[in-house]
Design a protein around this ligand. Sequence first.
Ligand SMILES: *Cc1c(COP(=O)(O)O)cnc(C)c1O
Length: 378
Amino acid sequence: MSTIQVLKPKFHIDECLAQIRECLEKGWTGSGFKTAQLETAWKAYTGHQNACFLNSNTAGLHLAVNILKRRYGWQDGDEIISTPITFVSTNHAILYENLKPRFADVDEYLCLDPVDVEKKINEKTRAVAFVGYGGRVGQLDKIIALCKKHNLRLILDAAHMAGTRVNGVMPGTWDGVDVTVYSYQAVKNLPTGDSGMICFADPELDAECRKVSWMGINKDTYARTSSEGTYKWNYGVDYVGFKYNGNAIMAAIALAQLPYLDEENARRREIAAMYDATFAGNPKIQIIPAPHREECSFHIYEIAVPDREGLLSELAKNDIYGGVHYRDNTEFSMYTYAQGTCPHAHEISQHIITMPLHMYLTDEDVAKIAGIVNSFVK
Ligand SMILES: *Cc1c(COP(=O)(O)O)cnc(C)c1O
């Protein structure tokens, strides 16, 4: 009996190695060359006008806050409305820039609830950070309308959303989303080792991001070598930037994986549908719905059950490992000031369990897992 993990990336190894080999033969493993190819491929795939390749989504979220703060003159202590049901990166990125996450509650999709978001807006609110939980688009359209009404910026943490569409369009490209940040971390839908992509709607902010993500330097090394023939040593430094640029090896892996993203997401939806079909008849199992599910990337598949810890152990007895995405962030010491402000998030985070969902699962595996869950939860 082999172990079933909750998340497990599938690498197209020959294609990855061929892409990496090109970098090694060329002697170029840093930023440029493959990273530029990946940015072009990502723009073509998503429809984003701008894309800047980074070493992680976390770096991208930080840059989003850093760059919007400078552009719009935000002050320390200003607030960004965010969700307690996320990986802590979303909220830490706000703290990095001395802004304050103000938490709003989640809806049935475990995405920010527009009704509670509107209640949490005050004179210090500058932006909303929306997480497309599990690839779900949630009520992003309503959040966009709110941001427009209250003149707030919108940061989309699309770490789970690689490949999610709504009527054929990537939600990150919708009018009103200021910046979208993707993750290509090791277990995300488009896995590399660690990397991510930041897509600003405004080309000027993209240009600024290219500098800030590489120490604030105003020329990139690859452009200096390739366009001049000789290495042009001279450059200026316009910002106190960060070492957040992505490298060619990670870009090579992403380029090899990208052609498979849509078919792999289709398989994820198939598995999600199998789980749904088994759990639908069990009144003790709450399925977390996905709007536009036929175009959702389903990074993770969640259910809520009365005894989550019991179910995790029951699965473990069968060498099957579930997960929890996520603990209510207001339980962490740096966010306890917000405890009690998001009751639905707090309650549901004690009951959600992430079912195994990845490319190595067979239909038989899924039937077996679903069967164990269904008979345990009574
Ligand atoms: C994975 C993840 C991140 C962080 O992505 P990295 O690329 O690992 O920095 C941020 N937000 C969410 C919701 C995530 O799942």
